[in-house]
Design a protein around this ligand. Sequence first.
Ligand SMILES: Cc1cc2nc3c(=O)[nH]c(=O)nc-3n(C[C@H](O)[C@H](O)[C@H](O)COP(=O)(O)OP(=O)(O)OC[C@H]3O[C@@H](n4cnc5c(N)ncnc54)[C@H](O)[C@@H]3O)c2cc1C
Length: 453
Amino acid sequence: MAATVASLRKTGRYRVSGKTGPTTTKPKTLKELLGILDPMSRLPPPFRPMGANSSSTDCNSSSVGTIVDMTGMNNVLNVDAYNDTVVVQAGVRLSVLSEQLAEHGLELAGNYDLADRTVGGAIAGGCLGPAIADEGTLFSAQVLSMRVVTAGGKISNIESSNKNLLRAFRVSYGMLGIIFEATLKVRPIRGFVATHRRCTVKQFAAASESLAQANVGIKFFLMPFRDRVYLDLRRHSPDARATRKIPWKLKDWGESTVLPQIFNSINRIVPVSGMRYRIIDEISKATQGIVNNRLVRSGDNSTALGGKGRGEKTPLQYSTWLFPAADFSIVVQTYCEFCRDIQRQSGFRCDMPTVGYRLSHDASALLSPSFDEQMFALRAVSTQTEGWEDFAIDFAEFAEHWGGYPMFNQTRGLSPAHAHSALAQRATAFRKIRRQLDPDDRMMNPFLSQYFL
Ligand SMILES: Cc1cc2nc3c(=O)[nH]c(=O)nc-3n(C[C@H](O)[C@H](O)[C@H](O)COP(=O)(O)OP(=O)(O)OC[C@H]3O[C@@H](n4cnc5c(N)ncnc54)[C@H](O)[C@@H]3O)c2cc1C
């Protein structure tokens, strides 16, 4: 009798490949990491490194292949308070690094919001914040050298003398190899004073050109449906040294934990959208007024690090686009009209305020969003999934029309054609380096392939 598939299954000799999907592996040592990427390894390509997984695109995942979770390599190896450097493994969270630096009176340069993200993800993905203009924009600008395991499973040291290669590895989204260790430049803790302003979108647009030039750190919360912008402006000040952590913790808790959870509940229990959004906007306004104006007047880069990641109880949907500062005055006003149009047409709107930053010029990475000029970031954020994907695609269409620049781990709905034109020759240069370092495309998943193959 011919064996049927069913009878073979019962013998246990025939294995049906049941669930398909990627394998996830979490190396704790360099030896384990080398074993994963070894050409003889049994693990299937593509290999996608993952940090805290706070990205909003498929850059760090794959429906097949191997996800390399780097959070198991999480030691701060050496703090050198004499030379102001720190050697750190890629899986260390920024909050942990920041605390250890503070014990030595040191801090990271720049100002980065998401405390839970990893050093590797902050170097290889976008990592921007309200950095004061003279401190640079990208977290990866602080990287003096790094050690990586290449796509071919070999250790490579990217030294500071090899400027071009270092520039390619910063913001490389894990396409050139897996970073396992980095030496970062740090500095003695400097204080800043934070001032807060509230204005209309028109007033903000009118001020945007001078804000783009100012030597301040700029973060803003934009409420397109209330014609309001809440500005958080940070300036260096020696007087602001003695800063306390608690007000910043409360501010962070209010903005990134309490608000999303409250909005999620309101979305469930208030069925009438007009009333629902009125309540949501009033709460946003009150929170901005209280947490910013009353709570925090000064800080430093170790106390002001805040923000929870995705994968919390209330995951946030977000998509970030960057726009040249020279056009921002028009773009920000048109963006608000765009949000209102979308709500009229589809009923969807983001419940959280749009978050923005000013990015100073930073050419330290080949794929830096502010490689050529100063930019402003707009990050649309929502606690709701229904209607979000369509909104993200419409936002991408809007942004592409206005010459927006993407971050490949934070920008949703980006078309390959726009990515090619936005990056221009830099994409060609990056692709050339990528092909040399990964000729067999072992690090490329379908998402990244559409932009970088
Ligand atoms: C609530 C919230 C707020 C945010 N705020 C900001 C913000 O203010 N500014 C900002 O710029 N971004 C922000 N983000 C986006 C995101 O947090 C950052 O881009 C962050 O740097 C990603 O770090 P991660 O550890 O989560 O990395 P992941 O998301 O896991 O990975 C990011 C990219 O880096 C690669 N990668 C990770 N580890 C390694 C490694 N060891 N070697 C090589 N490649 C690696 C991945 O493959 C992927 O392409 C925010 C996200 C959320 C959810």
